[in-house]
Design a protein around this ligand. Structure first.
Ligand SMILES: [Zn+2]
Length: 438
C-alpha cells in the first residue's frame, strides 16, 4: 500500500533539519519510501493508492514520549497539591485499588489520548505491564514497556521485588514484537536495594532490553545517597555499573557537573519531564548543560498523576518557558531545538534513531499532520515556532504509526473515544471509593 501526503510543510528533523515547504512524502507499507518538494506540475508526483492533501499543515515525525505511566489515568487530578504525594498517596492507593483490568482499560484510554496528541512512541513503567502491552498492541502504537521492580509489595506482587520475575516473564513474552519492545524498569535509585538494581541490569543485559528508572528526582533521594554513601544518585549508579547506553534515567533534575560528565561519558540517556517536575516544584533540570555535554535527551510527560497530560505540545511550551526563564535568555532554545527533543532526541535516547525520530527514506512511517487551519494556528510564519508556542494537542489532524493511520480527521481509527472513557470508568468504581479516603 502506497500513501502520498502532499501539499504539506514537512519538517524532516534529519541531520540537516531540512524542511520541504510545500512538500510531499510517500509511505509504502510501514516505511517512508521517498519525499520531496512539490513539483510545479502535480502530474509529476509519485503514484499512490491514496493521496492526502495536507492543506499546508505541518508534517513531522511522530512525537516520542520517553517517560510515562500510562495506566495512571485514574489518578489524574487526585491530590494534585498534596506534599510528598508519592509515598503518602500514590503508593497506598495503587496497592489498594489498582487492578489488572484497570491497568488494561486505562492503558487503552491513555494510548488513545497520546495518539490524538500525535505521540506515536512511548516508554512506560508500571505494574501488570503485559496488560499495557496488550492495550498498546490493540491501539497500534509503538511502546517500550517496562515492568516495575520495587522493594515493596505492589498491586501485582505481594512480595517485594516480585516484579523481577514478572519482568523476565514479560520480556520473554513480548520480545520480537514489531512495535512493542519489552524493557526492565527498576522503579528508582532509592526504592531498590543495590543488589536488586544490579539484578535488574543483568536481566536487561541478558535479554538486550532498555533499562529505565527514576533518578535524581526527589530531595529525600539525594539526601539518602549523600548521608549513606557520600554520593549523588548518578555516582551511586556509576558505582553499581548501571550507567551506559542501555540506561534511560528519568528526571535527572538535580545534577552536579560530575554527574553530567558521567552521564555523557557512559552514553546514558535522560528523559526530561518538565511538566511533572515543575508542577511538583522539584526544579528545572540542567538540559542545556546535558545537551552541550552530549547527553542523549528526550522529553517525557510522566503519568497523568504527575503531569495531568500525556501530550508533548504542553511539554514544548513548558520547556520553552521554564528554561528561558531560569536562564534569563529567550534565545537559549530555538523552537526547532525543542521540537527536535520531542522527535529525534527521543529516538536517540531510546537507541532507535535508525528507525524513528526523523522523516527519511527507509525509516519507519511514524508521522503526524498538525493542521494550521484552526484559529489558534494562524498566521504561521515559522512551523517550529507554531508547534512550540501556538499549537496544542487538538491541532493534530492525523497520526500515522508503523504506516497505519491511527488518527484521521482528529478521530481515533481503531477505537472510539467515548467507548474508551466508558470502559475505563466502568472499572473505576473501587478505585474512586478508595480514593475518597485519602
Ligand atoms: Zn515517573
Amino acid at each position: 500500500m502506497k500513501r502520498l501526503i502532499q501539499n504539506a510543510r514537512i519538517l524532516t528533523m534529519d541531520a540537516q533539519m531540512r524542511a520541504l515547504d510545500p512538500g510531499w512524502i510517500l509511505l509504502e507499507d510501514d516505511r517512508i519510501r521517498d519525499l520531496g518538494e512539490m513539483p510545479g506540475d502535480p502530474a509529476a508526483l509519485p503514484p499512490a493508492d491514496e493521496s492526502i492533501d495536507a492543506e499546508r499543515g505541518i508534517v513531522l515525525p511522530g512525537l516520542i514520549n520517553t517517560h510515562c505511566h500510562v495506566s495512571m489515568m485514574p489518578f489524574r487530578g487526585l491530590g494534585d497539591d498534596c506534599p510528598d504525594r508519592l509515598r503518602r498517596f500514590l503508593f497506598p492507593l495503587e496497592n489498594e485499588a489498582m487492578t489488572e483490568e484497570l491497568v488494561y482499560r486505562a492503558a487503552r484510554y491513555g494510548t488513545g489520548e497520546m495518539l490524538l496528541a500525535g505521540v506515536t512512541t512511548f516508554v512506560d513503567m508500571y505494574y501488570f505491564e503485559h496488560q499495557v502491552a496488550r492495550a498498546c498492541d490493540e491501539m497500534g502504537m509503538r511502546g517500550i514497556l517496562g515492568e516495575t521492580v520495587i522493594g515493596q509489595p505492589t498491586c501485582d506482587s505481594r512480595t517485594p521485588y516480585g516484579g523481577l520475575a514478572l519482568a523476565e516473564r514479560f520480556v520473554k513474552e513480548w520480545k520480537g514484537h514489531p512495535r512493542i519492545r519489552p524493557a526492565v524498569a527498576p522503579h528508582a535509585t532509592n526504592t531498590n536495594s543495590p543488589e536488586m538494581l544490579k539484578k535488574a541490569k543483568r536481566l536487561a543485559d541478558e535479554y538486550d532490553t532498555l533499562l529505565t528508572l527514576h533518578a535524581s528526582e526527589m530531595d529525600y533521594e539525594l539526601a539518602y545517597f549523600r548521608e549513606n554513601f557520600g554520593k549523588t544518585p548518578v555516582e551511586f549508579l556509576k558505582a553499581l555499573d548501571l550507567l551506559g547506553p542501555r540506561l534511560l534515567a528519568a528526571h535527572c533534575i538535580h545534577l552536579t557537573g560530575d554527574d553530567i560528565r558521567l552521564l555523557a561519558g557512559s552514553g546514558t540517556a535522560v528523559s526530561h519531564c518538565i511538566g511533572s517536575n515543575t508542577k511538583a516544584g522539584k526544579g528545572v533540570a540542567p538540559v542545556k548543560a546535558l545537551l552541550l555535554a552530549g547527553v542523549k535527551t528526550g522529553l517525557g510527560t510522566d503519568g497523568a498523576s504527575s503531569g495531568n497530560t500525556l501530550d508533548l505540545f504542553t511539554q514544548f511550551r513548558l520547556f520553552a518557558s521554564f528554561h528561558k526563564t531560569k536562564n534569563r535568555d529567550r534565545s537559549l532554545f530555538p523552537a526547532s531545538e525543542i521540537v527536535a527533543l520531542g522527535t529525534k532526541g527521543g529516538a536517540q535516547a531510546l537507541g532507535m534513531e535508525r528507525e524513528i525520530g526523523s522523516l527519511e527514506p527507509g525509516k519507519k512511517a511514524d508521522l503526524i499532520l498538525v493542521e494550521t487551519k484552526s484559529m489558534n494556528m494562524f498566521p504561521c510564519y515559522d512551523p517550529y515556532s507554531a508547534l512550540v508556542y501556538s499549537a496544542n494537542a487538538s491541532n493534530v489532524e492525523m497520526t500515522v504509526a508503523d504506516g497505519e493511520i491511527l488518527v484521521r480527521d482528529k478521530k481515533l481509527v481503531r477505537a472510539q473515544e467515548g467507548k474508551l472513557r466508558a470502559q475505563m470508568e466502568e472499572e473505576m468504581g473501587a478505585f474512586v471509593r478508595a480514593a475518597a479516603k485519602y
